[in-house]
Every structure is written in C-alpha cells, then in structure tokens.
Ligand binder design. Structure first.
Ligand code: UDX
Length: 476
C-alpha cells in the first residue's frame, strides 16, 4: 500500500518507519523542514531505541521518504494517517486540536478521487466528526474523503515493538456512502474473518453489521501481518475509538495514582508500598503493571490526556463523571512535592547551598522526552529553593537544558555525584540501577540517597554506608 503519515514526532515518525518495515510505501510529512531533513538523512530528531536502524533500513530500501509538501502527499497515496500533536492548551485543561485542523486544511483541497484520512492522535471525543465536516467543506467536487480513527497505544521507549506488534488495533469508522462502496468493493479480508478468534475479530458484536468502510478495508490491508498473527481488531464508531484511547490513558494514570495514594498511607503507618504492590499485583484481577509507586507519571500523554478528558466531560455536561481524575492529578503532583520535602529533611531543614545530584531528567527511562517530567519538576523546585542541582541523564539533557537552562548538567553520573550532599534517583535508567554503591559513596560529600522510583537494591546501598529514603517506605 502507499500511505502518508502527517506529523513526524514520537508517534508519526515511528508509525511511518514501522509501516515501511511492514513493506508499505510511506511518505512522512511534517511542516518542520529541519525535522524532515533529519529524517531523510536517517536521524530521528529524538531518542527512541531501534528507530534509527529501522529508519535507515527503509530509507535505503526506497520504501520511506519525508517531505513538507502537501500536494505531493495528496498525489502519493489514498490513505493518510494523521499523527500531529494535541498538546494541552495554555491556560486550560482542554486539548489543542488546531494542528489537526491545520493538517486537514492543508491536505483536503489537494485530494482528488477517494481518500481515507485516519487519525492516530489522542483527541477529545467528537474531534473526528468535526474533522470530517471540515474535510467535506474543503473537498474538491471530484473528491470524497472518509475520516476514520485508529488510536495509537505505543509507549515511548518501546515504540517500535508496540507499533509492529500491537496488542489490539482499534478502528473507528462512520458509515460510508453506498456509491463509494460500490466503486470499491471490500476485499475478502474486510469481511468478518472466521479464523480470527473472539468478538474482537470482527464487527459481529453489533446487531446489524454495516458494510465495511473504505477505511476498514484499507486498514485490514495495512495491518495484514498483525491480523494474520491473531491481533485483536475492533471496529467501532468514531466516538468509541476516540474514547478508547483517552480511557486507556486515564485508567493507567488512575492505577499509578492509586498506588501512590496508598504510598502516602504507607508513609503515615510505616508500611512498605513495594511489598504491598507486589502482593496486590499477584491478584490476577489487578495485575502487576502500572503499580510502580514513586515519583508518578509525566510525559506528553498521561498528564495532558486526563486533563483534556475532564475538560471534554465538562463541555458535554457530564463533568461529575470524571471529577475523580482531578484527584488522580493531585496525587501525582503531591509525589513531586514529597520528594522536595524529603530532600529538605535530608539537608537538615533547608536545601539552600546544598549540592544535590539528580539522576535522571527524562520523564521515564529509554526516552529523551522531558515534557511534564516529574524529575525535572523536582530539580527545578530544588534549584528555586537555593540548592545547587547537578543533573545527569543518558538522553534527556539537551531537551531539559532548553526548559531549565540554569541547572547544571553533568557529563556522567560520577561527575553529577561528585561532592553531592544528597543524590536523588528520579528516572530509573538501567545505568543508575547498575551503579556500584561503594564506588558512588566515594564520589559524594555525604552518602544520602532518595530512591524516588523504588528502583534500587536498597540493602546493598545501605550496606555501602548510604542513608536511604524512599517513597512509601520507611527505611532504617
Ligand atoms: C503512555 C501510554 O502507556 C501509551 O499507551 C500511550 O500511547 C501514550 O501514553 P508513555 O507516556 O510513553 O505511554 O509512558 P508510560 O510507559 O505509560 O509511562 C507514563 C508515566 O508513568 C511515566 O512517567 C512513568 O514513569 C510512570 N509510571 C509508569 C509510574 O510512575 N509507575 C508505573 O508503574 C508505570
């Protein structure tokens, strides 16, 4: 298949490279010429394990290229994925969907014939329908445009594997004009497939299955390999597909804040949240994932998605349904303050004049993304309180330096730790988990540690002479 991917950030660049890896001809489009030049030279403008190799292999094979030219994109393919950002609007909880509108405005007038535009970005429910209406007003008389929504669930740091082997594919479609369908009969694969198990494999859970849309036929071709391997494929209406994504992220955020709320109780009672979380996770109904108590969630998705979800619920007049997410957000913010408080305590009541080493500034390991990074928020608060903060992160420092230019950035963990009165493990990179606590004790002025991710082998650090504090645990 020929496809385009509009927007080449963390999501779009990975999606484009993975579609090319699946054998499709892919044109990535971005309005940022520097980003396009970097991608065409095989260098992603961000860190994502495995992506540079995938990019180079597919550029060399002639299956992948990047452009800024919308007219070219319109001629290149009949299927266009939208992967532009939907950040939080300044001064509001709501998502800014203007980049999606801009993409449709730029693309739609160039289209001729039948085209499918498939949104992948995380959006407030109702966005796809609004984009369909916008596309219809801009379409040439000889064009038909079908909007569909195929939310992306990839995690940064695991993006390539998540894209190539998703655990489900969700597609929101709307009824397709019969005239268009008759000109584009659905391929065999678009019919409910008997060999694919369960209600997830077809549209059969709906009482009166509609004929497959063009989008469904196209996506069944594009994702044929995953479908052949039995990946669940759920076809829904547009609004359900939009809601699946925000609900998934809201659920994950809630699970993290749940364990972090329990962490606060552990701190008040002397209980141990790590042992508690392990015991909870062994219940198959609960499961062990996203029960990691610590500094909480950050990044470009979870924080802004729960806020946008609340804002949309308010617009729909059902804000009470999601008021609990306000608490999820508040619990998450309190963990950052708790680390600042623990640092103050470790520094004898005030951090002013103390040298503090921050291990990690990316919002999570295996990423250079510092958007809403809990680590960076703590570093910034400590610096504001007068501490001399030395940050080291294997990948995140260039991005961090743009947001917090006055922090000190060390070139390795050892130089960040040198002379420190306190060390804070804020992002659990493997490199930090593997540090030798004896060697580290020799670098610092005072062997004090806050394990803000509950990631380090505490007994080994204590045995090497460190005083260790952690979230949700009382350590002697
Ligand atoms: C998330 C969703 O997981 C993904 O499906 C969606 O497509 C985009 O948003 P991502 O933001 O890449 O992905 O990171 P994720 O792995 O979900 O972690 C989010 C945050 O939660 C990180 O800051 C992480 O440190 C934190 N986290 C995660 C915890 O604090 N505890 C946990 O147990 C798990």
């Amino acid at each position: 298949m020929h496809v385009t991917v509009i927007g080449t950030g963390y999501l779009g660049a990975t999606h484009a490279a993975c579609l090319a890896q699946l054998g499709h001809q892919v044109l990535g489009l971005d309005t940022d010429a520097h980003k396009v030049a970097a991608l065409n030279s095989g260098t992603p403008p961000f860190f994502e394990p495995g992506l540079p190799e995938l990019l180079r292999r597919n550029l060399a094979a002639g299956r992948l290229q990047f452009t800024t030219d919308y007219a070219l994109a319109a001629r290149y393919a009949n299927v266009h994925f939208l992967a532009v950002g939907t950040p939080q609007r300044p001064g509001s909880y709501a998502a800014d969907v203007s980049f999606l509108h801009a993409a449709i405005r730029a693309l739609a007038p160039h289209l001729r014939g039948h085209h499918v535009i498939v949104g992948k970005s995380t959006v407030p429910v109702g966005t796809a329908q609004a984009l369909q209406e916008l596309a219809d007003t801009l379409a040439a008389p000889t064009a038909t445009i079908e909007l569909a929504w195929n939310p992306e669930f990839l995690r940064e740091g695991h993006a390539v594997a998540d894209s190539l082997r998703p655990d489900r594919i969700v597609l929101g479609v709307q009824a397709c004009p019969a005239a268009v369908l008759s000109q584009h009969p659905a391929p065999e694969a678009a019919k409910p497939a008997k060999q694919q198990p369960g209600p997830s494999a077809d549209r059969g859970s709906f009482a009166e299955p509609a004929p497959p849309s063009l989008a469904e036929a196209a996506l069944r071709d594009i994702y044929a390999q995953a479908l052949a391997q039995g990946t669940a494929f759920l076809v829904t209406d547009l609004q359900t597909a939009e809601l699946v994504k925000v609900s998934a992220n809201a659920f994950l955020a809630t699970k993290i804040s749940f364990i972090n709320a329990v962490s606060e109780i552990c701190e008040a009672t002397g209980a141990d949240v790590v042992a508690l979380s392990q015991a909870l996770g062994l219940d198959q109904r609960i499961g062990p994932h996203f029960l990691g108590a610590g500094l909480g969630f950050g990044g470009g998705c979870l924080p802004k998605d729960i806020r946008a979800f609340m804002a949309r619920a308010g617009e729909l007049g059902v804000d009470q349904a999601l008021t609990f997410l306000r608490e999820v957000d508040a619990i998450n913010q309190r963990r950052r303050q708790r680390v600042v408080d623990l640092a103050r305590e470790a520094c004898g009541g005030a951090v002013r004049g103390h040298r503090i080493a921050m291990l990690g500034c990316a919002f999570k390991p295996n990423s250079d993304d510092v958007r809403d990074s809990p680590a960076l928020a703590v570093a910034g608060a400590l610096a504001l309180a007068g501490a001399q903060v030395a940050v080291y992160d294997p990948q995140g420092m260039a991005n961090a330096a743009q947001e917090y230019p006055t922090l000190e950035y060390a070139d390795c963990a050892a130089s960040a730790l040198r002379g420190a009165h306190l060390v804070i493990l804020a992002t659990e990179w493997q490199e930090f988990c593997d540090l030798d606590p004896h060697a580290a004790a020799g670098w610092v002025a005072c062997p004090q540690l806050i394990d803000a991710r509950n990631a380090l082998p505490v007994p080994a650090w204590q045995a090497a002479g460190w005083t260790v504090r952690a979230l949700g645990r009382t350590l002697d």
